[in-house]
Design a protein around this ligand. Structure first.
Ligand code: ATP
Length: 303
């Protein structure tokens, strides 16, 4: 017997980052949108915990206990006083280390799959608690749709969305480390503070952006897209500026770095425009691949 769970990637349509806290984390106002690029996590009973992975980026995924899917299985097993004796297989379609929360998706997927396989019957709140322990983006992978994350991004408020938004994602060669991008963001801000006395404001969700989501208005959403990590991602990977420019000149309504990057996200008006922008991005030679996806889509579901 086995259980398969499908989990979506996310794009941050707004990522407002506060100053570094004493614990090293940052307070965020993080508006997540789940989009239709998916990983599938299959759990099967086994003698001991084992992880395998297939897909174009499989070689970049750790197969030891650091894999978020393995950590999720162990966290649920520990809570219910049982052994995490499962084989976790990840069919990976979400770019790895791309700022699209692929690892978080696998963590949420493994948690839901093990809960179903073992019949633990954990409540939604319990599952969300475990997700928050695993990582800031993991609760949203479970919930999906659209949500505002505050705190480290793990306290979620579900947002209403009045339509479907079409996106193109330009996948870059190589990943960017999320901690390295936050570190660069802090460094650039310290420079601004010393030079111009600019203080980091409290992170708040943009009213215009929340309205655009609620009204399903792609043009208004494009105007409100923002990512406080973008300058840091561009500083570490200057070539991303050419990718952003290529998508914008091909007709995207708006463009931004997705989360900590290096994936870049382009909001477009419809599916046809998505194909056009994707083709132009590939032809520009400024990215490894271009993927088309729409959102919001539901979070982790048992298939
Ligand atoms: P986020 O958007 O949440 O910052 P990301 O999309 O940038 O994350 P991930 O694909 O989640 O990045 O991978 C980041 C790192 O996490 C990888 O380089 C890898 O070492 C590790 N990792 C742990 N578990 C997984 C997993 N199941 N899939 C992919 N990477 C994983």
């Amino acid at each position: 017997m086995s259980v398969t769970v499908r989990v979506p990637a996310k794009v941050n349509v707004q990522l407002a980052v506060g100053g570094a806290r004493p614990d090293g984390f940052h307070d965020l106002a993080n508006v997540f949108l789940a989009v239709g690029l998916y990983d599938e996590v299959t759990v099967t009973p086994a003698d001991s915990l084992r992880v395998t992975c297939e897909g174009p980026d499989a070689s970049k995924v750790p197969l030891d206990r650091t894999n978020l899917a393995a950590r999720a299985a162990e966290a649920l097993a520990a809570r219910y006083g049982r052994r995490a004796d499962v084989h976790l297989h990840i069919a990976k379609d979400i770019p790895v280390a791309g700022g699209m929360a692929g690892g978080s998706a696998d963590g949420a997927g493994a948690l839901l799959a093990c809960d179903a396989l073992w019949g633990t019957g954990a409540s939604r709140d319990e599952l969300l608690d475990i997700c928050a322990e695993l990582g800031s983006d993991v609760p949203f992978s479970l919930v999906g749709g659209a949500a505002l994350g505050t705190g480290r991004g793990e306290k979620l408020r579900v947002l209403e969305v009045g339509g479907t938004f079409h996106w193109v994602f330009a996948v870059a060669d190589g990943g960017l480390s999320t901690p390295a991008v936050y570190g660069e963001c802090d460094r650039l801000r310290e420079f601004d503070r010393l030079r111009e006395g600019v203080e980091v404001p409290e992170p708040v969700a943009s009213g215009a952006l929340l309205r655009a989501l609620a009204e399903g208005d792609a043009v208004a959403l494009a105007a409100a897209l923002s990512n406080d990590l973008q300058a840091a991602a561009l500083s570490l990977r200057p070539s991303l500026a050419s990718t952003l420019a290529a998508g914008s000149s091909a007709g995207a309504l708006g463009a931004l770095v997705s989360g900590s990057g290096p994936t870049t996200a382009f909001l477009v008006s419809d599916e046809e425009s998505a194909r056009k922008v994707a083709d132009a991005l590939v032809a520009s030679g400024t990215c490894r691949a271009a993927r088309v996806a729409a959102g919001p889509v539901p979070g982790a579901v048992v298939l």
